[in-house]
Design a binder for this molecule. Structure first.
Ligand code: FAD
Length: 490
């Protein structure tokens, strides 16, 4: 009898559908769609169920990917949802905006055709929500302890949800007027629609978590006060200190920090009236910084009707092929076309801005083209040499140059210590230098990814629960370090 060929040999990877670029730039609705249920069944069957599932090592949360792939293939959506939620509090978020290191590590990625894990994860969440499978899970018994969490981004929310499920009374303090951190006021709606956050917040509220918005800890209430009111405090206030560019001309009008710009647009989409909103309509825009934040500025400027949008990056253009020093299953760090480029943005690499030009308002910038050369004997290290001077026209500039660390002055004044990199220092229980005060998320590890923020929140919840109760039954995630090849970890 002829044996059936395994699905990974007979079925190709299907790309995830995206709205056409010329259509999607007319609104702020999400542009990445979902595969049909039939296709998801097929795609999940491509999982090889490897003896050693490398996808696990790629996923910071340790999502049990081969298990839920198999369940989806068998249409066991409820089981798949339970398995996914066992390690991930917000799969509807990671299924949309995670860069999917699991797919980089998938064994089928050796051939460049990983299982479409991210789309499967998103579909599990969609199916579970629409079938009413995601319900509040309040604790059966209360511990009598209370925990304050500072910051309502994914780290604070994951931590709060876990602690509430362990029976603690949780209050989350948020300085903004709405809950969600960068999910709400950083990441644009075209990547993540905010109804998704609201729906999840209803579940978290129903599990007993209390939210206090427009309360800035360190200003409206002191950390010491929270310490007296609660048995533990978790700092999850993000890494929001933007890197500046102190060069001549910085004071010209028309030069803005990326987060001021993105936050305003998210507020406008939410229906708020934003006084004097920064608008790129009709402007010649330059975005300095080649990362995700920069790309989000490019896409936003295009949606606002910018004349042209140029994204300028200091670092060299990544290679198109995986380099030898980065074998599978490490992240390949290759060039990828960004969604912003599909929409009409243009990227330039190896350019260092020296000064802004203009009178009153910015009219352009003067920059130098860099030549990056390999350092012997370490071919992985590149150093820049200045080349030709270039002039770039711009009457609006966004600075998306990364983040330096948390806004921690009030916490440091209260006794919290920082690492040499400026993040909050904790011990192996996630406890800061102040007994009973913990820290997690970007505030502890520096600006990172949502998937890491969720991981941090979950780990810290375990640590807090163990300190408060002497033991914990909360599930710990498996990883302690990202999969970074030795050559880049020095
Ligand atoms: P945050 O999300 O920053 O939340 C911290 C919260 O603490 C905020 O709500 C803040 O208002 C509050 N807070 C701060 N100080 C106080 C105080 N004193 N009192 C009370 N509240 C306070 N990651 C991805 O995985 N995929 C993406 O596509 C992606 N896109 C991004 C786009 C942009 C523009 C940015 C800036 C980041 C992006 N990230 C992305 C990164 C991701 O958003 C962060 O890593 C993640 O949100 C960090 O979570 P967090 O909970 O640690 O902090």
């Amino acid at each position: 009898m002829e044996r059936k060929r395994p699905a990974f040999l007979s079925i190709r990877r299907s790309g995830t559908p995206r709205r056409n670029a010329s259509d999607r730039v007319r609104d702020y609705r999400e542009f990445v769609g979902e595969l049909s249920t039939e296709l998801i069944h097929q795609q999940s069957s491509r999982c090889m169920d490897c003896g050693v599932p490398y996808c696990h090592t790629g996923c910071p949360l340790g999502n049990m990917i081969p298990d839920f792939n198999d369940m989806v293939h068998r249409s066991r959506w409820e089981q798949a949802s339970r398995r996914l939620h066992a390690t991930n509090n917000f799969p509807e978020v990671t299924g949309r905006i995670c860069p999917a290191p699991c797919e980089e590590a998938c064994t089928l990625n050796l051939e460049g055709a990983a299982v479409n894990i991210k789309a499967i994860e998103r579909q599990i969440a969609t199916q579970a929500w629409s079938a009413g499978l995601i319900r509040p899970q309040p604790a059966a018994t209360k511990s009598g302890k209370s925990v304050a969490i500072v910051g309502s981004g994914p780290a604070g929310l994951a931590c709060g949800q876990q602690l509430a499920r362990a029976g603690h009374d949780v209050v989350i303090y948020e300085r903004d007027d709405r809950i969600g951190g960068l999910l709400r006021y950083g990441i644009p709606d075209f990547k993540l629609e905010k109804e998704l956050i609201d729906r999840r917040l209803d579940q978290i509220r129903a599990e007993g978590v209390v939210f206090r918005t427009s309360v800035e800890v360190g200003v409206d209430v002191e950390l010491d006060t929270l310490r007296t009111q609660h048995d533990a405090v978790v700092l999850a206030a993000g890494s929001t200190r933007a890197r500046e560019l102190e060069i001549p001309g910085r004071g010209l009008t028309g030069i803005h920090l990326a987060m001021d710009y993105l936050c305003q647009q998210n507020r406008a989409v939410a229906g708020d009236v934003v006084e004097d909103q920064i608008s790129a309509q009709g402007r010649t825009v330059v975005v300095l910084g080649g990362g995700d934040t920069g790309a989000d500025c490019v896409s936003t400027a295009i949606r606002q009707g910018a004349r042209t949008v140029e994204q300028i990056e200091l670092m060299p253009r990544p290679p198109e092929q995986r380099r030898e020093e980065l074998p599978w299953p490490y992240p390949p760090m290759v060039l990828r076309q960004s969604a912003a480029e599909e929409e009409g943005g243009h990227r330039q690499w190896s350019i260092q801005t020296r000064r802004f030009i203009g009178k009153g308002g910015v009219q352009g910038l003067e920059a130098v083209r860099l030549q990056w050369t390999a350092q012997k004997p370490d071919a992985a290290r590149l150093t820049p040499q200045p080349g030709e001077i270039v002039a770039v026209e711009a009457d609006m500039v966004f600075l998306a140059l990364g983040f330096l660390g948390p806004e921690a002055d009030a916490f440091v004044a209260a006794g919290v210590e920082l690492t040499p990199r400026g993040n909050v220092e904790v011990d192996d229980r996630y406890m800061t230098a102040i007994p009973g005060v913990f820290a997690c998320g970007d505030m502890r590890r520096g600006q990172s990814l949502v998937v890491w923020a969720i991981w941090e929140g979950r780990q810290t919840a375990c640590a807090v629960d163990a300190v408060l109760c002497g033991r914990t039954d909360l599930p710990a995630s498996p990883h302690t370090a990202p999969l970074v090849p030795p050559v880049f970890s020095r």
